[in-house]
Ligand binder design. Structure first.
Ligand code: GLU
Length: 372
């Protein structure tokens, strides 16, 4: 299938920008950020939803303070990230504002994707930002993340961000044209359909002195993306207009494409990896909304709650006769649901102060069993 066809269903894109693309002589480069932001703004104009994962905090900090990155201890690097992250955001903000866009900073650690509740909470924040037309800009929370909870590189982080926001495509921009089969090859591989030991070996070691990732972490990211049934590309961020060109289906960089489709893999995860911690019983109207109209579950259709569960846990969904019709991830705890069951969405705000979500179980977080 031509690339254009594969990209047709893509709406949400995560763009990962490597340190080498936005620095010049070990300092943050406005000119370079400006150009990449111009590309991203063009995608947003075309109605794509874009989340940016940008490296460069440590380099921006050390550049500003005149320190050599290679000579820094871990606490010093963390300090540089604290300085550099605000410099980085300031640059992105100035550049995006020229296109009439505000930016929002999200700093994550591995803990945030390991725990379902935090994972979902992060997703809600991303969605709220995107709905407001704000461009989320993500980095690892380097100043506080200790070794045990670090992603360690932004390639891996960007794959997890793509999972959090359910992006159809992750584009990793770096200073190489794509993934090369052998060192010295003239052109990168156009398409990778599966990743085996041999390919992993060819991806080799770490990257440039400026960033953390090399090809190995990019291939690791591709494995995550392909397992989720989505697309990933590695392309050269120095190529002018690279992002719009990629989305036009031009054969640039390397495309990674797994076999399964998005819904199947996600549903499989809910079906097989998550144990139900409770039951939600819903009325006939809600059964119809879920089964026939493929809607999300709202509190108004709930008539009973049992079990003990927290937001992010899986629950079985039962019809009024007590038959299990599906399973999904609840945005609310059992105690909260007990208070809001049968209530209209607008009433919920008055009952639960603080957290408040439109849907009890989002459509994408739910599987419906084949009911005979
Ligand atoms: N989070 C690091 C930074 O902003 C970059 C990690 C990486 O290069 O992958 O400096």
């Amino acid at each position: 299938m031509p690339r254009k066809g594969m990209l047709r269903g893509v709406k949400r894109i995560v763009v990962k920008i490597g340190t080498s693309l936005i620095t010049e002589e070990a300092k943050i480069s406005r000119r370079r950020i400006e150009r990449l932001v111009g590309d991203i703004a063009e995608l947003i104009e075309q109605k794509y939803q874009v989340v940016v994962v940008s490296s460069g905090a440590i380099s921006a900090g050390s550049g500003a303070l005149g320190k050599k990155r290679e000579h820094l201890s871990i606490p010093e690097k963390q300090a540089m990230a604290a300085v550099g992250q605000s410099i980085l955001m300031d640059e992105y903000r100035k550049c995006f504002r020229k296109h009439g866009r505000e930016v929002g900073q999200i700093l994550l650690t591995e803990d945030d994707v390991k725990h379902r509740r935090r994972f979902l909470n992060a997703r809600h924040t991303f969605n709220a930002l995107i709905e407001m037309g704000v461009v989320p800009i993500v980095n690892e929370n380097d100043s506080v993340a200790i070794k045990e909870i670090r992603f360690g590189d932004n390639d891996t982080l960007s794959a997890h961000v793509a999972n959090i926001v359910e992006a159809g495509l992750l584009v990793i921009l770096s200073d190489v044209d794509g993934f090369y089969s052998e060192l010295g090859d003239e052109l990168p591989i156009e398409e990778v359909r599966s990743i085996d030991e041999d390919l992993r070996r060819r991806a080799g070691g770490a990257g440039s002195p400026h960033g953390t990732g090399g090809m190995a972490t990019k291939i690791g990211a591709a494995e995550i993306i392909m397992k989720s049934g989505e697309l990933m590309m590695i392309a050269n961020g120095r190529t002018p207009g690279v992002l719009p060109a990629l989305m036009r289906g031009e054969k640039l960089g390397t495309l990674f494409k797994g076999g399964k489709n998005h819904m199947q893999s996600r549903k499989r995860w809910i079906a097989f990896n998550m144990k139900s911690s409770g039951e939600i019983t819903i009325d006939e109207g809600a059964v119809r909304a879920l089964v026939e109209s493929k809607k999300s579950l709202l509190a108004s259709g709930i008539i009973g709650v049992s079990g003990k569960f927290n937001p992010g846990d899986a629950v079985d969904v039962m019809n009024p006769n007590g038959a299990t019709i599906g399973k999904g991830i609840s945005n609310y705890s059992a105690a909260e649901l007990d208070m809001i069951k049968g209530k209209r969405t607008r009433e919920i705000r008055g009952i639960l102060s603080g957290t408040y979500y439109e849907e009890v179980i989002n459509r994408d977080d739910m599987i419906i069993h084949d009911v005979p």
